[in-house]
Design a protein around this ligand. Structure first.
Ligand SMILES: *[C@@H]1O[C@H](CO)[C@@H](O)[C@H](O)[C@H]1NC(C)=O
Ligand SMILES: *[C@@H]1O[C@H](CO)[C@@H](O)[C@H](O)[C@H]1NC(C)=O
Ligand SMILES: *[C@@H]1O[C@H](CO)[C@@H](O)[C@H](O)[C@H]1NC(C)=O
Ligand SMILES: *[C@@H]1O[C@H](CO)[C@@H](O)[C@H](O)[C@H]1NC(C)=O
Length: 443
């Protein structure tokens, strides 16, 4: 009752927000609504905006002596092995190439890069691990791009951890010859279908020698994977959101707390290693882009750096780094992540106050508690199907909502204490296939 004025612009904005296709969707956790009983809050599923997480990553390089310059070293180039004018000297600011230079902003076109020692100990492999840590679960939203100066590795693995570095799993293999390097047949993301989108592949697309200056980037293709559901240019982003909720393992596939690059063999500039000029073999990385957002379980619209750690600004009476539990005074068992469904606004799934919960007993487990119950979901998805021209959504015909026990089918990795949960499943065969086809989350 005390602030009807700021309410007005918000209300005017809302229809616009609702119609927007991407970007502004899910960017507010609540808004004031007036009703006959007076103004009150309406809660929405929300998520923080994306950011380039390279700005806040911790970089660790292994083994310790792999960075060049101690002692100072000379380098040759792959294109012209007799051009050996580059020098690395850790004691000189102008000639040192420390790991931080992978994450800095390139100012005024001046490219700065991390660089390793040369492969002078050939035939012992030249190995390096780069571990990127955020101490926070993140959801990648666009391509991860690693830029190599002086040639891309002949083979490398991108790995990820979901538990702050305790366990690791491969994310993608890269080699100029996948069969020889990893015993895997080469694939591209364009070979992936909805049923096997989370499969870990080996690609030869970013490892073949084409000249050090022509092709510098190695990509983990997130956009192309999203495109399998959302269509080219991600026109139908709602189809992706629907899949994120309904396809087992899909959200986790795009989630991580750490990434690791295992560099296994440097660029050779040809087929063979020239033993008489090992000073031209090394790794150098100028940039690593990680476009992602904090994972806040759809309960926060902002993520901030506090005590050097990313932290969700939780709403909906949730708390924790990822808003993964109910705030004190709220029934812990009522915690659930917010949901993208029903589109376009999703469901906030706010925590219940403890007193209400005590008197209401098990009421939070009833489907009626959840505005995204079956009839809503069906209506909304049908709308998407009619507004799209893309073929990838033709299979999203029906959504059925079933209540099941969380111990048998819950796919989230969050330690929810909910005894029951509501699982929404798309009733098409490709999704059902995918539950047995998920490689990355089940290993
Ligand atoms: C890189 O990490 C892997 C996995 O932990 C480990 O086996 C390997 O020894 C590491 N390599 C280097 C060069 O530190
Ligand atoms: C990592 O995050 C947790 C949870 O916020 C925090 O308690 C811990 O101090 C952080 N660790 C580091 C090394 O920043
Ligand atoms: C993914 O599934 C499609 C269709 O079932 C198949 O053609 C393709 O080979 C599979 N891709 C991989 C990498 O297994
Ligand atoms: C959270 O609880 C406070 C009271 O402690 C209440 O004012 C607020 O509206 C609640 N928010 C949600 C999302 O339930």
């Amino acid at each position: 009752m005390s602030h009807p004025l700021p309410l007005l612009p918000l209300l005017l904005l809302l229809p616009v927000v609702g119609r927007c296709q991407t970007g502004s969707q899910f960017d507010v956790c609540r808004s004031l609504r007036s009703s006959e009983a007076g103004p009150g809050w309406e809660f929405y599923a929300c998520q923080p905006p994306q950011a380039n997480m390279k700005e806040v990553m911790q970089i660790r390089v292994d083994p310790p002596g792999i960075t060049c310059g101690n002692p100072p070293e000379r380098f040759c180039t792959l294109e012209n092995p007799y051009l050996c004018s580059d020098e690395c000297d850790a004691s000189s600011p102008d000639l040192s190439h420390p790991p931080q230079l992978m994450g800095d902003r390139e100012r005024g076109g001046l490219i700065t890069y991390w660089q390793t020692v040369t492969w002078s100990r050939y035939p012992e492999p030249l190995l390096a691990n780069i571990t990127l840590s955020w101490n926070k679960s993140l959801e990648v939203v666009d391509d991860i791009i690693v830029t190599f100066e002086y040639g891309r590795p002949t083979s490398m693995v991108l790995e990820k951890s979901l538990d702050k570095g305790v366990t690791w799993q491969p994310y993608q293999y890269y080699a100029d010859d996948c069969l020889e390097a990893f015993g895997m047949s080469p694939k591209r993301v364009s070979d992936l279908a909805p049923s096997n989108l989370t499969r870990v592949i080996c690609t030869e697309q970013y490892s073949r020698w084409v000249g050090a200056k022509e092709e510098k980037i190695v990509v983990f293709e997130v956009r192309a994977r999203f495109g399998v559901f959302a269509g080219p240019k991600l026109i139908n982003i709602d189809a992706l959101y629907t899949r994120m909720e309904t396809m087992k393992g899909l959200r986790d596939f795009f989630t991580f707390t750490n990434l690791r690059l295992r560099l296994l063999r440097p660029a050779l500039g040809g087929t063979y290693v020239q033993r008489d000029n090992l000073l031209k073999y090394f790794y150098a990385i100028s940039n690593i882009d990680v476009p992602a957002r904090c994972k806040c379980n759809m309960h926060a619209a902002q993520c901030v750096l506090r005590d050097a750690t990313l932290q969700c600004e939780c709403d909906h009476n949730t708390s924790g780094q990822d808003c993964q539990r109910c705030s004190q005074g709220f029934k812990s068992r009522s915690w659930r992540p917010g949901s993208y469904l029903p589109l376009p606004k999703g469901t906030a799934n706010t925590c219940e106050a403890a007193e209400t919960a005590a008197s209401a007993g098990d009421s939070n487990t009833a489907a009626s508690d959840r505005p995204s119950a079956s009839s809503d979901g069906v209506t909304d998805t049908t709308t998407i199907t009619t507004t799209t021209t893309d073929s990838t959504t033709t299979d999203s015909t029906t959504i059925t909502t079933t209540t099941t026990d969380s111990t048998t089918t819950d796919s989230t990795t969050d330690s929810t204490t909910d005894t029951t949960t509501i699982t929404t499943t798309i009733t098409d065969s490709t999704t059902i296939d995918s539950t047995t086809d998920t490689t990355i989350t089940t290993t």
